[in-house]
Design a protein around this ligand. Structure first.
Ligand code: ADE
Length: 245
């Protein structure tokens, strides 16, 4: 998969791309990341990329032309057609289902705005989709783009060392295709610690019992912390019993 990031801070891309799962996905040739700076496509000695908003008000708005030229260069860098995603709080909320859908694509262009935003004419002409990572305001789209890169990178086939780990995460449906649940608690050594003991079932070697406990914990946590994710009617009879136990 190829991801192009259009941003006034392309060095940020290198930061995101260097570590952990994303870095490994790049090393394994599963993901290629490229940064593009609209300032490199701006005219004049000041290489201006923004201007004051018509109608007044605070902040600056990113100009159409440098972004348009930058996007054209990014698109032309590879023959595969790209879906252009603008990261903005006005966008559709990112979910794991959307991440899975994006991860299947061959190519994405992530457009990061700064200041008050981007001239709407550029958005209307060039953007395929607007995405938000949550109902809060960041000072730019870069962190949101990093979130998208990380979330799609780890879903690339071969990116994770244990192929199981993606499927077992919070929000990934279990083998039974049930509801999207939060993850269960995890423990490692030592068994006894001043802060508490490991739940005995995890030491029992009883695989069915462990699976049942994990499912029960996941259901209970989701019910308590994110009740909107659990539709009781959609639960299997077995899950309803676990939740009520
Ligand atoms: N840019 C600024 N805030 C954002 C958010 N919450 N999601 C995506 N892009 C953003």
């Amino acid at each position: 998969m190829r991801i192009d990031i259009v941003s006034l801070f392309p060095e940020f891309v290198a930061q995101v791309a260097g570590h952990g799962v994303v870095g490994r996905a790049r090393e394994r040739g599963l993901l290629a990341l490229h940064g593009w700076n609209p300032r490199d496509y701006a005219e004049g000695s000041y290489r201006r990329v923004d201007d004051r908003p018509f109608g007044g008000g605070p902040g600056m708005v990113m100009l159409v032309d440098p972004l348009r030229a930058c996007l054209a260069a990014a698109r032309a860098a590879d023959a595969k057609p790209a879906k252009v995603i603008y990261l903005t709080p006005q966008g559709e909320r990112l979910t794991q289902a959307r991440v899975r859908e994006l991860a299947r694509r061959e190519r994405l262009v992530l457009l990061c705005g700064r200041y008050e935003g981007i001239d709407e004419r550029l958005v209307a002409a060039e953007v395929d989709e607007e995405l938000s990572i949550g109902d809060y305001i960041l000072s730019g789209g870069e962190l949101a783009a990093a979130v998208v890169v990380d979330a799609v990178a780890r879903l690339q086939e071969g990116a994770l060392n244990d192929a199981e780990s993606a499927a077992q995460d919070s929000f990934e449906p279990g083998a039974s295709d049930g509801p999207l649940l939060l993850d269960c608690p995890h423990y490692t050594r030592p068994v006894e610690h001043p802060l508490g003991a490991v739940p005995p079932v995890l030491l029992s070697g009883n695989h069915a019992g462990i699976a049942r406990w994990r499912r029960q914990q996941a259901l209970g946590r989701t019910w308590l912390r994110r009740p909107e994710l659990v539709d009781r009617k959609a639960l299997s009879e077995a899950d309803r019993q676990l939740l009520d136990a």
